[in-house]
Design a protein around this ligand. Structure first.
Ligand code: UDP
Ligand code: MG
Length: 160
């Protein structure tokens, strides 16, 4: 039998998206969630969370040697963040496009950073850079039981 849903599920990716403390303080949580919702991704995890220093350091461990690392850790732990897991076909690269370039002044208008931010050190949102990191980061920020699988009613209206 041909099972199109199983075939399609092969390309489904998980990405970790986070509204950073500046996004929370500036009241941009709804706006940012809305962009991923409207695109058609599936929300599978969501929480407001005060990040401990150790977790921020683990999350950004690839940037440990960078001069901006201490300031980055200070920034990410400076207030609550909104942790999200989103799922979809090609979700990792697509979310990065919706987010825009790391430097908001270089981010295209229409992207989250292009529309809502002005500085790299206050760029309001994080998105995983690969499917492997998507899984790794969701594992870091969420406990088992905090991720929900569900079938959105819009599914047949998103894909033919
Ligand atoms: N960052 C910074 N200064 C820099 C480069 C990066 O403060 O020169 C911060 C910024 O918040 C960025 C985060 O470190 O979002 C992670 O850097 P990365 O290069 O992974 O950018 P992203 O994947 O977030 O676009
Ligand atoms: Mg990155």
């Amino acid at each position: 039998i041909f099972l199109p849903h199983l075939v399609a599920s092969l390309e489904v990716e998980q990405t970790y998206i986070m509204v950073k403390p500046d996004g929370v303080q500036r009241g941009l949580v709804g706006e940012i969630i809305s962009r991923f919702e409207k695109k058609g991704f599936k929300l599978t995890g969501l929480k407001l969370f005060q990040c401990p220093k150790e977790l921020a350091e683990e999350h950004y461990k690839d940037l440990q040697s960078k001069p901006f690392f201490p300031k980055l850790i200070q920034y990410i732990t400076s207030g609550p963040v909104v942790c999200m897991a989103w799922e979809g076909v090609g979700a990792v690269a697509s979310a990065r496009k919706l987010i825009g370039a790391t430097n908001p002044l270089q981010a295209e208008p229409g992207t989250i950073r292009g529309d809502l931010a002005v500085q790299t050190g206050r760029n309001v949102v994080h998105g995983s850079d690969s499917p492997e990191n998507g899984k790794r980061e969701i594992g870091l920020w969420f406990k088992e039981g905090e991720i929900c699988d569900w079938i959105p009613v819009q599914e047949p209206w998103l894909r033919e």
